[in-house]
Design a protein. Structure first.
Length: 111
């Protein structure tokens, strides 16, 4: 998660559905989704990550620039990572979104 935040993954989310999704964007998204999905699956199997969330949304939020001190960009994900540890003490409201919902904001499904 820290690497994806540092890379800026999700920083284009505010323009979802308003720009053309290129083939290269689809390809990169597909590769990132596969790698992330494997890691997240392993964390779920180990009970180290809550199963009732869609982590890409958090990465998207944390990848946005933070005005002021640069340490905040690293601090906020660190706090969130502690709260994401499984199994999760507090039930979350509503069902978690899935990849299909997340990608539907772009107007077409990414691979």
């Amino acid at each position: 998660m820290r690497a994806r935040v540092g890379f800026g993954s999700g920083s284009l989310a505010p323009v979802a559905g308003t720009i053309e999704v290129t083939g290269e964007m689809r390809q990169i998204s597909g590769r990132a989704g596969t790698v992330s999905g494997t890691l997240i699956g392993r964390a779920h199997e180990a009970g180290a990550l809550r199963a009732d969330l869609y982590i890409a949304l958090l990465i998207e939020r944390f990848a946005r620039p933070v005005a002021g001190d640069t340490h905040l960009r690293d601090r906020l994900p660190a706090i969130a990572l502690d709260g994401l540890r499984g199994p999760g003490a507090t039930p979350l409201p509503g069902p978690p979104p899935d990849r299909e919902w997340y990608e539907s904001r772009w107007g077409e499904r990414l691979p």
